[in-house]
Ligand binder design. Structure first.
Ligand SMILES: Nc1ncnc2c1ncn2[C@@H]1O[C@H](COP(=O)(O)OP(=O)(O)O)[C@@H](O)[C@H]1O
Ligand SMILES: [Mg+2]
Length: 299
C-alpha cells in the first residue's frame, strides 16, 4: 500500500533528523513604551514565545511537544519549518543548517499547521493534485500518491467531494495527506488531532505510527496527554516557551513517582505535567492577550 511513496534517498537512515540548539524567538509588542517598564507596569517590549529550546530527535522517532495554549508550540514549529527566523540558536535538519540554508532542508521536511487552508470549492483530491504538481511531482504519480494517502486516512469516499462538504476532522486529514505527498523525511505536525472526533483521532494516530515505520521522523505537538503517552517515543513539556522536562513517558512517570511515595504506574501524564510545571495543563494556558498588540519581527 505504501508503494506510491518513495523517500528522497539522499539522507542516510541513521542521521539525526532534527537537532535544535538554544532556539529563542521573541515577538515585539506593538505600541508599548519600548523596554522601560511603565509606572507599575510589568510588561516588557518583547514577549519570548520560545526560550532557549534545545532537543535532538532520533531517527524515525515520534517526538511529542506537549504544552498548553500559548506555550510556544506553533512558534517552535514555524521556526523549525523555516517559516520564521529565530532570534537566537541553531537548527540542523539531517545535518543541514536550516537557518542559513533553508532551501537545502525544505525538500526534506513538511508541516501541517493547526489551521490548514485549502481551495474550498475544489475537492480533496483536486487540492492534493494541485499541491503535488506545484511541488513538481509528475501528474500520474501525484494522482496515485494522493489516492493512496487519502485511502490510508479513510477518505476514499470523500476524495471527490468539495472541501466545503467535509467536516473539520476530514479536512484535517486532507491536510495530513497533502503534507505527506512530498515524501518528507521529517514531518512537523502542529496539533494534528485537536478537535477531531475519537474515531478520526485514532485513524490519524495509526497513520502517524505507520509512516514512522516507513522511515519518517515525526515531531508533533499536542495538549492531549493520553495521545502523548501512547503515540510518542519521547516527550518534551513546553511551558512559557521553555522545555521543562524531556524523556519517555516511563522515565517521566518514574521521576515523578521517585519524588513521592507513589508507584510509577499510578502516576499519569497529567500528574507529570503538574509536577514539572506546578500547574495543570488547563491552568497553564496563558492569559488571553490580543494578537493585535503583538507583531512578528521577522515579518
Ligand atoms: N505572529 C505573532 N506575533 C506576536 N506574538 C505571537 C505571534 N505568534 C505567537 N505569538 C505569541 O507567542 C506565544 C506563543 O504562541 P504559540 O506559539 O502560538 O503557542 P501555542 O501554539 O503553544 O498555543 C503567545 O503568547 C502568542 O500570543
Ligand atoms: Mg498553536
Amino acid at each position: 500500500m505504501n508503494s506510491a511513496i518513495r523517500w528522497p534517498s539522499e539522507v542516510p537512515d541513521d542521521q539525526v533528523p532534527l537537532d535544535v540548539r538554544s532556539v529563542t524567538k521573541r515577538f515585539r509588542r506593538r505600541g508599548r513604551g519600548q523596554s522601560q517598564p511603565g509606572p507599575g507596569g510589568r510588561r516588557r517590549a518583547y514577549h519570548t514565545a520560545v526560550n532557549s529550546v534545545s532537543f535532538r530527535m532520533r531517527p524515525q522517532e515520534i517526538y511529542g511537544v506537549i504544552g498548553a495554549n500559548g506555550s510556544g508550540k506553533s512558534t517552535l514549529i514555524r521556526v523549525l519549518s523555516t517559516l520564521i527566523i529565530p532570534d537566537e540558536g541553531d537548527v540542523l535538519i539531517f545535518g543541514r543548517d536550516a537557518l542559513h540554508s533553508p532551501a537545502s532542508v525544505r525538500p526534506l521536511l513538511n508541516r501541517v499547521s493547526a489551521d490548514p487552508s485549502f481551495f474550498r470549492a475544489m475537492s480533496a483530491l483536486e487540492n492534493l493534485l494541485f499541491y503535488g504538481r506545484a511541488y513538481g511531482i509528475a501528474g500520474p504519480l501525484v494522482r496515485q500518491r494522493s489516492l493512496d494517502l487519502l485511502t490510508r486516512l479513510g477518505l476514499e469516499h470523500e476524495a471527490r467531494q468539495p472541501m466545503t462538504e467535509l467536516s473539520r476532522g476530514q479536512q484535517q486529514k486532507v491536510a495530513v495527506a497533502r503534507a505527506f505527498l512530498t515524501a518528507p523525511r521529517l514531518m512537523l505536525l502542529d496539533e494534528p488531532t485537536t478537535g477531531l472526533d475519537p474515531r478520526s483521532k485514532r485513524t490519524v494516530q495509526s497513520f502517524i505510527s505507520d509512516v514512522r515505520r516507513d522511515g519518517v521522523a515525526i515531531l508533533l505537538t499536542t495538549h492531549d496527554m493520553e495521545e502523548a503517552d501512547q503515540l510518542c517515543d519521547r516527550l518534551a513539556f513546553l511551558a512559557g516557551g521553555r522545555i521543562v522536562a524531556e524523556g519517555t513517558s516511563e522515565e517521566l512517570r518514574a521521576h515523578v513517582a521517585g519524588s513521592t511515595t507513589r508507584k510509577a504506574d499510578d502516576v499519569d501524564m497529567e500528574d507529570v505535567f503538574m509536577a514539572f510545571t506546578g500547574r495543570s495543563i488547563e491552568e497553564d494556558e496563558e492569559e488571553p492577550e490580543s494578537r493585535e498588540e503583538l507583531q512578528d519581527d521577522t515579518a
